[in-house]
Design a protein. Structure first.
Length: 256
């Protein structure tokens, strides 16, 4: 996450007001509710620990992650082995252990450095009577520090791929989240940065999709144009969610 891009676009939407009242908001976790800006000067990049190019490491995280994200591999060192050896089969066990520790430390920092504004937005949504869910693709080591995150306890429903056994964009993980929320797709928004094809997956099951580009505009701005194809709305700040038509309709009802 070293690249910087231009400031994000203004709020845009093609989402009309349907017959269903907004009942719940489902959030992706990483790069949606977390920030790219967190203290990590004393924690080495995992790719640097392994001695592999950062670009190849990023590709491995997205393209070779099935077993770790679905919980088929749960031991941190084995997770690291599965990822690293897609790049360099000769990586030593010593380096794998050091890289696994670095990976866990990075994600602990990420989960502990959530912007307070995001906490307030979740609290505001719940104050409006909305149910909230977090639906995340992650391995077991990446959410080890979840219990200490400012986000913990702010959701009615938590669905982590490594615990459920399937990952986005598989339709069943969205359906499971909806079942736990006791809501239909038409009653929900899905908000995410678009990683792992999550917006297309959400739209395929009938959810209203919102691309949040506030983090990736700093890290991977080149991804945004393609992601817009699967987004009903696009926000660069999470507080812009309250301008989406379904939110305005809800607020009109609660103010009545």
């Amino acid at each position: 996450m070293e690249r910087t891009g231009k400031s994000g676009p203004p709020f845009t939407t093609t989402l009309g007001i349907g017959s269903a009242m907004l009942k719940a908001v489902i959030f992706d976790l990483f790069n949606t509710l977390t920030s790219h800006d967190y203290a990590r000067d004393d924690v080495a990049w995992t790719a640097d620990v392994l001695g592999v190019p950062r670009g190849l490491w990023t590709s491995a995280l997205t393209e070779s992650s099935g077993p770790r994200l679905t919980g088929a591999i749960r031991e941190p060192i084995e997770i690291m082995r599965q990822l690293a050896r897609t790049i360099d089969a000769a990586v030593s066990d010593e380096l794998l252990a050091a890289a696994a520790l670095s990976h866990q430390q990075i994600f602990a920092r990420v989960l502990g450095s959530v912007p307070f504004a995001n906490v307030e937005i979740l609290q505001k949504m719940r104050g409006l009577g909305l149910r909230t869910a977090v639906l995340s693709n992650c391995d077991i080591s990446e959410i080890e520090a979840w219990g200490g995150s400012p986000l913990h306890g702010l959701f009615d429903v938590e669905v982590f791929s490594c615990e459920f056994g399937l990952a986005k964009p598989h339709p069943e993980i969205y359906h499971e989240c909806l079942r736990r929320l006791k809501a239909t797709p038409e009653e929900c928004l899905f908000v995410g940065d678009g990683g792992h094809g999550e917006l297309a997956g959400a739209r395929a099951v009938g959810l209203h999709t919102v691309l949040f580009s506030g983090v990736i505009q700093h890290t991977w701005p080149e991804r945004i144009p393609a992601l817009l194809a699967d987004a009903d709305s696009h926000v660069s700040s999470l507080d812009q969610l309250f301008s989406i038509p379904m939110f305005r309709e809800l607020r009109g009802q609660t103010d009545a």
